[in-house]
Design a protein around this ligand. Structure first.
Ligand SMILES: Cc1cc2nc3c(=O)[nH]c(=O)nc-3n(C[C@H](O)[C@H](O)[C@H](O)COP(=O)(O)OP(=O)(O)OC[C@H]3O[C@@H](n4cnc5c(N)ncnc54)[C@H](O)[C@@H]3O)c2cc1C
Length: 363
């Protein structure tokens, strides 16, 4: 069976859903293809909490167009309190690549100790080996001298306003399934259940998967970092929307965040992923000053969740340009391979770029 649609949106994460809503607003025909809904923003349910909670975002965010559309009553309790604790243990590396991220920090940050320790704890030795261009861009966009420019977080009762906004716009027309092949020349996508013909394809899935399904040759390498999160429950209420950054180079914990008063999300230091959660629990008591025991209830590991760099930016741009000529638009954190957060899910830009390309061709 072959379906037809004007816009096919591959993926069902925030980028995909926002594209859908914008197309729907402009009266365009669009369907989504993927499994589940909300991507990284999908809430989880723990028996101990008894209602869904989002574990992201844990990053201070600025206002976005989406933020402006939110219900103002729900925005009341959304300021993050941030604490940087236990600065300790600066150790400089013996060898580092001249153009690496670490050297960039030394040259561009007046106070480089904390940014160095935190980026080392988050990304490990990658900061001595690569320029990490996407990380640099993120630093410049979101931080001023190592401090976040904004302290908005948005969690209210454990749910992110981005999630609440997208959820309030349900239902979405989702064709369940995974892409097996993309024939971008004939504008067709194949799944196990059949084919879908499109005029425009908005692709929000990870870029690696795109090469696999189109057969296009990969002309650049993707450099990424991973993360491991331990989730803890405690009976004693914690300060909601509080974030601790642990600046001790030897501690197991990189940061800890309270999305809901009985829940603590802990991100481990890159080199401490294998630590026993009970050992971390003791460290948490000292960081938070809470005497009550922290019960470990879940662990989540993402191997490639931080897009940090590519081996050749020009080739990446060439690919995006080539695809736009075939009405294929890469969009979102993993398809564009940009280290963006939720407030930066840039939904209008790619269609504008397409208009610009067409305009340039007509000159
Ligand atoms: C560990 C981590 C921490 C983050 N922290 C924050 C934060 O603190 N604040 C913030 O604002 N944002 C944060 N983000 C980013 C936020 O999740 C993204 O900006 C947002 O999810 C982008 O939406 P997206 O639709 O582009 O990508 P996604 O939400 O990833 O969705 C993309 C689509 O790809 C699919 N997909 C993903 N992986 C695969 C795969 N391997 N194979 C097939 N399909 C796949 C998904 O199901 C989805 O349909 C974080 C992300 C991660 C992973």
């Amino acid at each position: 069976m072959t379906l037809r649609t004007d816009y096919l949106i591959a993926g069902t994460g925030p980028s995909a859903l926002i594209h859908y809503l914008n197309l729907q607003n402009s009266g365009k025909e669009a369907v989504l293809l993927g499994s589940g809904l909300y991507g990284q923003l999908k809430p989880v349910e723990y028996r101990q909490i008894g209602k869904p909670v989002n574990l992201l975002p844990i990053f201070p965010v600025t206002e976005s167009n989406l933020w402006k559309r939110l219900n103002p009553n729900l925005k009341a309790d959304n300021h993050l309190t941030l604490e940087k604790i236990n600065l300790n243990g600066i150790r400089r590396p013996e060898y580092r690549l001249q153009a690496c991220y670490y050297n960039y920090l030394l040259q561009h940050q007046q106070e480089s100790d904390i940014p160095y320790i935190l980026s080392y704890k988050q990304f490990g030795d990658l900061i001595f080996k690569h320029p990490l261009t996407e990380l640099k861009k993120k630093l410049n966009r979101n931080y001023r001298s190592g401090q976040p420019k904004y302290l908005k977080t948005g969690f209210v009762n454990g749910l992110s306003p981005y999630y609440r906004f997208l959820k309030s716009r349900e239902p979405y027309p989702v064709i369940p399934g995974m892409i097996e092949q993309i024939d971008y020349i004939n504008k067709m996508v194949h799944t196990k259940k059949g084919a879908i013909r499109y005029n425009h394809l908005i692709y929000t899935l990870p870029l690696d998967y795109f090469f696999d399904t189109t057969g296009l040759k990969k002309t650049f390498e993707l450099i990424s970092g991973g993360a491991r999160f331990l989730i803890y429950y405690t009976d004693e209420p914690l300060p909601e929307n509080h974030l601790w950054y642990c600046c001790d180079i030897d501690s197991n914990i990189y940061r800890a965040f309270v999305p809901q008063k009985n829940l603590l999300v802990v991100q481990l230091s890159r080199k401490r992923w294998e630590k026993n959660p009970n050992e971390i629990s003791t460290e948490l008591q000292s960081i938070t000053g809470i005497k009550e025991k922290f019960h470990h209830i879940d662990t989540t590991t993402y191997l490639h969740c931080y897009p940090l760099d590519v081996s050749c930016n020009i080739k990446k741009e060439e690919l995006a340009g080539f695809l736009r000529e075939h009405n294929v638009y890469l969009s979102g954190r993993f398809a564009e391979w940009r280290y963006i957060d939720l407030h930066e899910v840039d939904y209008d830009q790619i269609l504008e770029k397409k208009q610009m390309v067409l305009h340039a061709q007509n000159l």
